[in-house]
Design a protein around this ligand. Sequence first.
Ligand code: BGC
Length: 358
Amino acid sequence: MKKFILAFSLITLATLNTACGDASGSEDDKGTIGISMPSKSLERWEKDGNNMVAEFEALGYETDIQYAQDEIQTQASQIENMVTKGVDAIIIAPIDGEVLSDSVNLAAGQEIPVIAYDRLIMNTDKVSYYATFDNFTVGKLQGEYIADHLNLEKEKGPLNIELFAGAPDDNNAHFFFEGAMSILQPYIDEGVLIVKSNQTDFATIAIENWSSSIAQTRMDNLLTSSYSDETKVDAILSPNDAVAQGVVSSLKSMGYGDDARPMPVITGQDAEAASVKSIINEEQTMTVFKDTSKLAKITTQMVDALLNDKKPEVNDTETYDNNEIVVPTHLVDPVSVDIDNYQEILIDGGYLEESDVK
Ligand code: BGC
């Protein structure tokens, strides 16, 4: 159904296309780049967008940046408008990577290259390149952090863990979970870690839309159903900061956070200011920092190369199969951050201001 509605609106827009001109402006302009971002619901997407606009402007391009408020249909319309305007390339961080193939194919029909940003666009051979962080490693860093901090190499256990994953329609969420489980599964198999709720499969633990409030409700339910005796939960695998903050709220409301019932180890991702604050307050335990300014630079260079008939630099040509092609990818390394290194990495490194986190 989602696909049908999108296809219908694409046809309508394609008809309108013919009436419109070219967005690339005067002859000495380098051109206009369309940037389609999912929403402003997380700080990171705004940072991603602002960084790319600054990088493109520095190279002499104009930009048309749109945020889609996490609405699939809005994102498709915004991309179609970019095609109509005749932008020179489109960068897309999809809300739902499964349903944008028609929009991408429309761009390709006008010879506009499309670059998938952070999240892969599935089911089309018309995605030119993909720029992202090493998503499997993000999950591995979360799993390793739990293993180190619960001392699982030496511990006999059993210690209790509960698992959360990201939005099921986001290709990244699967990589994060697989990366984390590559570290944690052996400890579960040995019985050192126990998932008391028995909820371990991706579909059951995935949090729709990466929503804090859905995560909070799920955590409430887990605590009521599996931890109402005197047992406590020792670790929560959370895929990102938004989910982690929902989990933190639930745990606090159920009495965690004092000496008798200390907070479990709680992972995250994105180095959102609220989560870094929470790490400093010893609620959330870690986050995975992904330097959006690095990703913006690499993406800008990719597009600039493409538009100048050069080959963009990639470092992975095997991992990101979108069901049609393996999309050539440039991966950036993520970094594990906690109370011991946030100052050096995030504040001294210039990603956040001291005042953002105090
Ligand atoms: C991104 C994460 C982000 C999540 C929710 C994922 O695709 O890689 O950085 O936390 O979406 O927006």
